[in-house]
Each structure stands twice: as structure tokens, then as C-alpha cells.
Design a protein around this ligand. Structure first.
Ligand code: C5P
Length: 238
């Protein structure tokens, strides 16, 4: 799967703010957008259909994590929406990941079913939290690689990972296993609450297959220019 455009994180509270932002782009511009929990819980499936009507590619980022049966049924519902990407937590285990895949395949009616990405360790988890709260005694990177391989071995298509982890996952899981990277900032920009940030170019050089970019584009004074700059830098790094 080649993703040649930044995936824009639509971290807005409602459809009004979402479309006020999207309407800044030309109507014939193809976009790849990410809908997360806040916007989906607020606007539901209707919003996904509206975005699809515009011809956008969609990443529905709901990070599902439950017993296998429950995740399978939830994934069947997501599969019916015919989005391009969705997420689960690798911490749910091998049986849950297999069930997620099964669920998506049951729901999707196209021959290009929704690809599932696993969250390994959230980028908000620190080495100290891993040791003291999860009682995991291996370095964070090792846990990330372990989850990435577990996901790959159970039919999952890729992971969400920091730019720093992308190269490591590339070496362990190969090019085709998707590595989608958030925490992207342009040089000299405010990093906000992100701890480990990277430029689009550097992420591409680290073998990321796709970028998730939120505030660098959504909060920019000139949205179109910011989008073009991120895209240009991303393609330059490839
Ligand atoms: O505004 P910013 O570019 O930091 O937004 C990043 C987006 O990527 C947000 O939607 C955030 O939820 C998401 N994300 C992340 N780190 C992860 C997984 C997802 O920042 N590990």
C-alpha cells in the first residue's frame, strides 16, 4: 500500500468544525483523513459516509481492545464502512488480532478490505511506566518489536509507530508491513504535547510508509501551504 499524501488527523469536536477545515481545500482535492474517537463518538457513521462521498481515503482510528469475540463483531461493523485503515491494540493478544482480521473480512464487501494497524506501546508510555505499571522488564523498544511481530504473525497489516521505531520495525518486519507514523512536526515548529517528534522527510528516511499529521496542518495559519510543505518534504525523503 503506497500512501503518497499526509494522513490528516481530523481532531475536531464536531462535523461543523471538521467541514469548515476541509472546505479550505479545493473540492477536487483528494485527501487521506483520520477520524479518531472524539469525532467518531460525536458524529458516528454518518460522518464517515459524508467523507466517503467526497472521495477521501479514511483511517478510522478507534484503537479497539477487548475479548476476541467482541473485537471480531466490532470489526465487522467497521468493515461494512469500507474505510481504508483502522486500529486495534496489540496488547489484546494473538487471538484477539486473529478475530479482528476475521471480523473485518466478514464485514468488508470489496476485494480491498480495510487494513488493520496495531498499536504496540502507546507513545505516551515511558520506560518507567512499562517497568513499574506493566511490570515488563525488557526495554521499551523490545516490547514494541515483540508486539509488531506478534501482530504480523496474526494477520495484522501494520503498526502505528513513532518515527524512531519505524526503522527498527522495518528491519524486523519488512517493507510491506505498514509503519504509520504520528508525531510529525515541521522544522522550527512548536512540538506541543508530543514527546518524540520528527520531520516528514526524516520519517520517510526511517522507512515509515505513511504520516499522520494533525496540528501542523489543522492549526496552521495557511492550511494549504502547510499541507503542501508536509507532502513535499515527505516525498523528498522517500
Ligand atoms: O496534532 P498531532 O500531529 O500531534 O496529532 C497526531 C495525531 O496522531 C493525533 O490524532 C493523535 O491521536 C495520533 N496519535 C499519536 N500518537 C500515537 C497514536 C496516534 O499522536 N501513538
Amino acid at each position: 500500500m503506497k500512501i503518497n499524501e499526509p494522513i490528516i488527523a481530523l481532531d475536531f469536536p464536531n462535523k461543523e468544525d471538521t467541514f469548515a477545515f476541509l472546505n479550505k481545500f479545493p473540492t477536487d482535492q483528494h485527501l487521506f483523513v483520520k477520524v479518531g474517537m472524539e469525532l467518531f463518538f460525536s458524529e458516528g457513521q454518518d460522518l464517515i459516509r459524508k467523507l466517503k462521498d467526497r472521495g477521501y481515503s479514511i483511517f478510522l482510528d478507534l484503537k479497539c481492545h477487548d475479548i476476541p469475540h467482541t473485537v471480531e463483531k466490532a470489526m465487522t461493523v467497521i468493515g461494512k464502512l469500507d474505510v481504508d485503515l483502522t486500529t486495534i491494540h496489540a496488547a489484546g493478544g494473538s487471538e484477539m488480532m486473529k478475530a479482528a482480521k476475521e471480523g473485518i473480512l466478514n464485514g468488508c464487501s470489496t476485494n480491498n478490505p480495510t487494513k488493520i494497524l496495531a498499536v504496540t506501546q502507546l507513545t505516551s508510555i515511558t520506560p518507567k511506566m512499562l517497568k513499574n505499571e506493566q511490570l515488563v522488564d525488557v526495554p521499551l523498544e523490545k516490547s514494541v518489536i515483540n508486539y509488531a511481530k506478534l501482530a504480523q504473525n496474526n494477520g495484522i497489516d501494520g503498526v502505528v509507530c513513532s518515527g524512531n521505531e519505524a526503522n527498527l520495525i522495518y528491519k524486523n518486519c519488512g517493507e510491506d508491513f505498514l509503519k504509520i507514523t504520528p508525531g510529525i512536526r515541521l522544522l522550527g515548529e512548536d512540538v506541543g504535547d508530543q514527546k518524540r517528534v520528527m520531520t516528514p522527510q526524516k520519517a520517510a528516511e526511517q522507512h515509515s510508509n505513511g504520516l499522520v499529521v494533525g496540528r501542523s496542518i489543522t492549526q496552521a495559519s495557511n492550511v494549504i501551504e502547510a499541507y503542501k510543505t508536509v507532502k513535499k518534504q515527505w516525498l523528498e525523503g522517500k
